[in-house]
Design a protein around this ligand. Structure first.
Ligand SMILES: Nc1ncnc2c1ncn2[C@@H]1O[C@H](COP(=O)(O)OP(=O)(O)OP(=O)(O)O)[C@@H](O)[C@H]1O
Ligand SMILES: [Mg+2]
Length: 261
């Protein structure tokens, strides 16, 4: 089942979005989005509250389907996954596309069990192999040094910044190819935010990443390309430096300079 689970030869997959529209109760949340993100690139999505950023992330790994009264049109391809295809391996897709949310959401269980959760679901039974996967993932998320020797503690005893890195470790433990990060530092102090940003920069080219952020400096620091959304539409997408120094659209410029209403 996991064969060729969306992995492009040589690493992270690309993402192609064609004519994507989403409605909640007939109200449009995304309208005719077309974009392409190259393998291993980092895209930052910026735009005012309610413009559809979270909806866009959730639709990419079919999380949005859990909601009734939602209509989705268009096509999304992530590597070899045709995301909306009736026959797509949804479990494989969700393994390949990891997600991290604004508020750290560790499961109410031990640090070890949080990170081992996904690998266990995917059938790793050997405790030696589980321990190695957990340790590797915690190292990748720069949390290992802080939690080694405390693996049996409840995850909720960690600080917010540690919990967020734990959530990143949990996402990494199933060897994803794409990471979707929805305002991953919004609830964190500056030191913890900086740690998460460092991780994103380190992860570049190993994973294809999309990060939603209201912090424009953060978008400028971590991303290769920036997409500006407004009222469910993609107004402009381009290389980060171009968007910040010479946006083509007036609305983008107004948003970036704070002259936004
Ligand atoms: N479950 C839902 N049911 C109905 N409407 C929804 C639902 N989720 C989002 N919406 C609506 O869809 C639109 C886009 O919401 P979304 O959460 O994607 O915006 P956002 O850009 O992530 O905003 P923010 O920056 O505040 O997080 C909004 O108008 C919102 O009210
Ligand atoms: Mg949101």
């Amino acid at each position: 089942m996991m064969k060729n689970a969306g992995r492009d030869v040589g690493g992270a997959p690309d993402i192609a979005v064609r004519q994507l529209s989403v409605w909640y109760n007939q109200m449009p949340a995304l309208q005719n989005i077309n974009l392409y993100l190259g393998a291993g690139q980092v895209m930052a999505i910026i735009g005012p509250s309610g413009c559809g950023k979270s909806t866009f992330l959730r639709v990419l790994n079919r999380m949005i389907e859990r909601l009734p009264s939602v209509r989705v049109e268009g096509a999304v391809r992530i590597g070899h996954f045709d995301v909306f295809d009736d026959h797509v391996d949804v479990t494989g897709l969700r393994r390949a596309v990891g997600m991290v949310f604004q508020h750290p959401n560790p499961f109410p269980m031990t640090i070890f069990d949080n990170v081992a959760y996904g690998p266990r679901i995917f059938g790793i039974k050997s405790s030696a192999q589980l321990r190695k996967t957990v340790e590797d993932s915690l190292k990748q998320a720069s949390l290992w040094d802080e939690v080694r020797g405390k693996m049996r503690r409840n995850a909720e005893t960690l600080s917010g910044g540690q919990q967020q890195r734990l959530c990143i470790a949990r996402a990494l433990a199933v060897h994803p190819e794409v990471l979707l990060l929805d305002e991953p530092t919004a609830s964190l102090d500056p030191v913890s935010s900086a740690k998460i940003e460092e991780l994103i920069v380190q992860f570049k080219s190993h994973y294809t990443m999309i990060i939603v952020t209201h912090n424009l400096q953060q978008a400028a620091r971590v991303s290769d390309v920036v997409a500006f959304f407004e009222q469910g539409r993609l107004i402009e997408m381009g290389y980060t430096q171009d968007i910040f120094t010479a946006p083509k659209e007036k609305r983008t410029e107004e948003f970036l300079t704070g002259r936004f209403d």
